[in-house]
Design a protein. Structure first.
Lengths: 112, 116
């Protein structure tokens, strides 16, 4: 089975800290995505990548950046964490010619 | 641009009753449609998808959905629910193949609660 692994299940960070959320997939998928999930708002796309070193902004990229140096790893970076970035973050991947994602279990980030 | 509207934020039902979770979409081009399920404290899991062909799509766990192009709807149904179906359900739309077209736009979710 395809596995998408997010390095931390729960994370607590302080306002102003630089935060790295890591995501690794083991099935050689070209496309990788970062979403945040908030109650009543569903999932909103932050960034996605369809190849190594390629990235595109999603619907809510402000305050975030990403890095994809290797095909299997897609990192989400909060340059200076703020309390309004407290959320559940979900990583997903899929192959170039396929539909539907495989999701990781999520990282619940709390910024205090 | 495409968008997805899930018409009910919460749906409570009794065990063994039928259920329908409603989803409408808007898009200026042909779309591909998906339903995902999220159990408590887990990531999302694909239930079913419509890409082309028969408008009635069957998925896992006894769920099915019907694509209705004229009404721009993709409602999810199950004839008899179990307690274990309690979860949040997300409808999603994609424009299709190639690069950024693969990205999914999600609805806000419907919390299905099955009571004994």
């Amino acid at each position: 089975d395809v596995k998408v692994t997010q390095s931390s299940r729960y994370l607590v960070k302080r306002t102003g800290e630089k935060v790295f959320l890591e995501c690794v997939q083991d099935m050689d998928h070209e496309n990788m995505f970062w979403y945040r999930q908030d109650p009543g708002l569903g999932l909103r796309l932050i960034y996605f990548s369809y190849d190594v070193k390629m990235k595109e902004k999603g619907d809510i990229p402000e305050g975030y950046s990403v890095s994809r140096e290797k095909k299997e790893r897609f990192s989400l970076i909060l340059e200076s964490a703020s309390t309004n970035q407290t959320s559940m973050y979900l990583c997903a991947s899929n192959p170039w010619d396929s539909y539907g994602y495989t999701f990781g279990s999520g990282t619940r980030l709390t910024v205090v | 641009a495409q968008s997805v509207t899930q018409l009910d934020s919460q749906v409570p039902v009794f065990e063994e009753a039928p259920v329908e979770l409603r989803c409408n979409y808007s898009s200026s081009v042909s779309v591909y449609l998906f339903w995902y399920v999220q159990y408590p404290n887990q990531g999302l899991q694909l239930l079913l998808k419509y890409l082309s062909g028969s408008t009635l799509v069957k998925g896992i766990n006894g769920f099915e959905a019907e694509f209705n192009k004229s009404q721009t709807s993709f409602h999810l149904r199950k004839p008899s629910v179990h307690i274990s179906d309690t979860a949040e359900y997300f409808c999603a739309v994609s424009r299709g193949s190639g690069g950024s077209n693969y990205k999914l736009t999600f609805g806000k979710g419907t919390l299905l609660t099955v009571n004994p």
